[in-house]
Design a protein. Structure first.
Length: 260
């Protein structure tokens, strides 16, 4: 009986993989990968590995979740190292719970290898902190995709002022998304940033606010939207005088810097 590794492939760039993920990808006999796993990451696999695309994009499925579960079980009974490769982190909107349940039922050993999730990757790309003791005391991860599956149900709870929202799979209907955010009591002046195709050569960032989100041209998928006061452009904040660019004269003297 082989062992299954649920591995996070990160946002796309191969140099954002963990070392453990890299070693497992190179050692795998079989790799079942999602649509969001980049070609750059897949090229790290052994030439002897069997690569199986089980991804879903824009509602199109090559395999159902039940099919994927069955493939994992079959592979574990015939191969030694099986890697289930998921974009970002396998435990964040990755249906890992369903796969773990299927493996447990068949008494198949498995291990989780975390990856850099899209929320952290987007924050890094935009150079904003998801939490900031001055602006946001907590952060919530949401997915707009599930809101489409549960049409008519409220998917954004009324938001506290000092909270950052990170919306995965926002889709292309920014007008509806903006309306849902406003309906949750979020101020139209609340900043937000859309980060598209994180860490790739064609990464794009769109800075706007909740009230204007519906007027923006949707960026290419995959994308993440960060909503909250932390999402204001640092450069803009400096221009508006909302950040102090230098410490006090006493601090500068203490660390050996002169005023400029």
């Amino acid at each position: 009986m082989g062992k299954v590794y649920l591995v996070g492939a990160g946002p796309g760039s191969a140099d954002l993989l963990t070392l453990r993920a890299l070693r497992l990808i190179q050692a795998a006999d079989v790799i079942l990968f999602d649509a969001l796993v980049s070609t750059e990451v897949l090229q790290l696999a052994s030439s002897n590995a069997r690569l199986i695309n089980v991804g879903k994009r824009s509602g199109r499925k090559s395999f159902s979740q039940e099919d994927i579960n069955a493939l994992l079980i079959y592979a574990a009974r015939n191969e030694e190292v099986i890697v289930r490769l998921k974009g970002g982190d396998p435990m964040v909107f990755g249906r890992a719970a369903e796969e773990m349940a299927a493996l447990r039922e068949q008494r198949i050993e498995f291990e989780i290898v975390p990856g850099v999730t899209a929320a952290c990757s987007a924050a890094a790309a935009a150079k904003v902190s998801l939490t900031d003791r001055r602006l946001a005391s907590d952060v919530s991860f949401l997915t707009a995709h599930s809101s489409e599956e549960n049409a008519g149900k409220k998917w954004i709870e009324p938001s506290e002022k000092n909270r950052t929202l990170v919306i995965y799979m926002p889709g292309q209907d920014y007008e509806r998304l903006g309306s849902d955010l406003l309906g949750a009591g979020i101020s139209p002046t609340t900043p937000c940033v859309v980060v598209s195709r994180i860490s790739s050569a064609d990464q794009q960032l769109l800075w706007t606010n909740v009230g204007s989100l519906g007027l923006a041209t949707a960026l290419a998928a995959p994308a993440v939207i960060i909503v909250g006061d932390v999402a204001e452009s640092t450069e803009q904040a400096i221009v508006l005088g909302k950040l102090e660019r230098f410490g006090s004269e006493e601090v500068r003297s203490h660390v050996g810097y002169s005023a400029r």
